[in-house]
Design a binder for this molecule. Structure first.
Ligand code: PEP
Ligand code: MN
Length: 285
């Protein structure tokens, strides 16, 4: 059977290079200028999330990110607030109007996360977890599918196919977040693989999002690599933010890659200048 996520499988997508837009509230991904998703790595408290969300909105961001369930390296570190974190995200969405993107790690929580989230994020560690992809595919929500850090483009497209295969949900964004290579030192947590942006656009009509935060692991590298992602043709960025007054040492998760709101503001202004102004009245999808 032909793959649903491939351009070649559809007469209307075969011979063009366009992206199939995804509508999330007022936001259209893939129709018009790139979108910016930004927010904390983890939801730590209501106040922290609201402060960052307001900064994201004021900087011109389109959607709020934030993990309630965190796939941490060590079981002894902060694992996220769980369902309480989802409630916080929903309250913050009410206050700011920003749609929320949040990770689901476990088949047992797909329904719960889907009740709160506007976009279900599948993390790098779970890209090759078919049971989770199957449940996510049945949840009826747009999906942000991060690339496994050692996954090939082919494996990634097949993971997207698992989501699409359930009920034909094609509202899937593919997110490049850096791969693991020998080059791992203070200059690179991961290698942001921008080759995949045009490669994916060739193979599929799914929008491509670049994550320069996990891709670099260093707040100073986020603006240049974010802009590079858009120059490569990405349909949007997902970026981690730390509140202006917060000490990095007090941040519970990914403390060194979050950019400050002032930096985000400048980055979004640069994105808009170089890659187009977002229309407020996004074309209907
Ligand atoms: C995240 O976005 O917070 C995250 C855990 O990312 P990744 O799955 O890419 O490591
Ligand atoms: Mn993170």
């Amino acid at each position: 059977m032909g793959m649903k996520v491939l351009r070649e499988s559809w007469p209307e997508w075969k011979d063009n290079t366009g992206v199939r837009p995804i509508r999330i509230g007022q936001v259209s991904v893939g129709a018009g200028p790139p979108i910016i998703i930004a927010g904390p790595c983890a939801v730590e408290s209501f106040d922290q999330t609201l402060e960052i969300a307001e900064a994201v909105r004021d900087a011109g961001g389109d959607m709020l990110r934030g993990g309630a369930f965190k796939p941490r390296m060590s079981p002894y570190t902060f694992q996220g607030l769980g369902e309480k974190g989802l409630e916080i995200l929903a309250k913050v969405r009410d206050r700011t109007g920003l749609p929320i993107v949040t990770e689901v790690m476990d088949t047992r929580y797909v329904e719960t996360v889907a009740q709160y989230a506007d976009v279900l994020q599948v993390g790098s560690r779970n890209m090759q977890n078919p049971p989770l992809l199957i449940e996510v595919g049945k949840a009826g929500k747009p999906v942000l599918l991060k690339r496994g850090w050692a996954a090939t483009v082919e494996e990634w497209l097949h993971a997207a196919e698992y989501v699409a295969a359930q009920e034909g949900n094609l509202d899937i964004m593919l997110c490049e977040r850096g791969i693991r290579t020998f080059a791992r030192d203070e200059y690179s947590r991961n290698i942001l693989d921008l080759n995949v942006v045009p490669a994916l656009h060739k193979r599929t009509f799914l929008p491509v999002i670049v994550d320069p935060s996990h891709g670099t692991g260093d707040a100073d590298f986020v603006p240049p690599l974010g802009l590079a992602g858009l120059a490569a043709g990405a349909d949007g960025l997902i970026i981690e933010v730390i509140a202006e007054g917060t000490e990095r040492g007090d941040v519970k998760c990914d403390a060194y890659q979050g950019i400050r709101p002032s930096v985000l503001r400048k980055l979004i202004a640069d994105c808009r200048q170089h890659f187009g102004q977002r229309k407020t009245d996004a074309a209907p999808v």
